[in-house]
Design a binder for this molecule. Structure first.
Ligand SMILES: C[S@@+](CC[C@H](N)C(=O)[O-])C[C@H]1O[C@@H](n2cnc3c(N)ncnc32)[C@H](O)[C@@H]1O
Length: 242
């Protein structure tokens, strides 16, 4: 029997498989390439302990086409980046980038098909974890946070970069009423897939506010958590330390 949960993850998987080819271009268009800067900021936030670790092991969840994994691989102290995703066409794009890359750093990355809700790694294994625009898509956020907690080493940091909820009502009205309405249109024009980019907006309905997501990390047992708003809270980085 197919359960509702399986239905949702199947839907998400199909959607990312459909848009895998145009995903990087759409990111560039929709954010004017600023997503790269936000990803670096999230990595910096998760890197607090990395200068003191000799051979750091990093986990990038929901890696997609691998932007954050490639960024992590540039750090000298990083010896291994496990970059996991549940969507094979997205991982294929990532692997193609790795093959084309002239930088030997990228050899530190292993791309792997895996579910963020059942990570195939031992407890207390990674020095840092990142996830970019990924937690919003998993069908059990609570379980995803529990898995992150489990695989992180004590004192390790996790940073989640994702859409946020603006704290000002005026900004929120403009963001929802004008900016987000453009997304399905851009999705239609550049990826030929309006539905996938309408999902992006719909997913915000159930996605917690950044302060609530930060509280969820505290509730899971993390010893500290905070968030940083970008663009008036339309984007947010939520950070937690085990
Ligand atoms: C919006 S993309 C983000 C990709 C990349 N992190 C970035 O920031 O560009 C979300 C990714 O999450 C992956 N994903 C969704 N649910 C997942 C799960 N349960 N386990 C692993 N990956 C998942 C999707 O396949 C997709 O590649």
């Amino acid at each position: 029997m197919v359960t509702l949960e399986e239905d949702k993850s199947g839907y998400i998987n199909n959607m990312f498989a459909r848009i895998a080819k145009s995903y990087d271009f759409l990111n560039l268009m929709m954010t004017l390439n600023m997503h790269k800067l936000w990803k670096k900021q999230a990595i910096d936030a998760a890197s607090v302990n990395i200068p003191y670790v000799k051979k750091a092991k990093i986990l990038d969840l929901c890696t997609g086409t691998g932007d954050m994994a490639f960024e992590w691989s540039k750090k000298l102290q990083v010896s291994k980046v496990m970059a996991i995703d549940s969507c094979i066409p997205m991982l294929e794009r990532a692997e193609r980038r790795q093959i084309k890359s002239k930088k030997s750093n990228s050899d530190k990355i292993t791309f792997m098909e895996a579910d963020a809700l059942a990570l195939p790694f031992p407890d207390n294994h990674f020095d840092a974890v990142t996830v970019g625009f990924g937690l919003r898509n998993v069908n059990d956020l609570d379980l995803a946070l529990a898995e992150i907690y489990r695989v992180l080493k004590p004192e390790g940091y996790i940073a989640s970069l994702d859409l946020g909820h603006p704290e000002s009502g005026m900004v929120e009205s403009f963001h929802k009423g004008v900016f987000l309405k453009l997304m399905p249109l851009l999705g239609q024009i550049f990826a030929g897939d309006k539905a996938a980019y309408k999902y992006l907006i719909d997913s915000l309905e159930t996605w917690p506010k950044q302060k609530d997501l930060s509280q969820m990390f505290w509730d899971k047992g993390f010893t500290r958590s905070y968030y940083k708003n970008i663009f008036l809270g339309t984007i947010a980085i939520v950070v937690a330390q085990k």
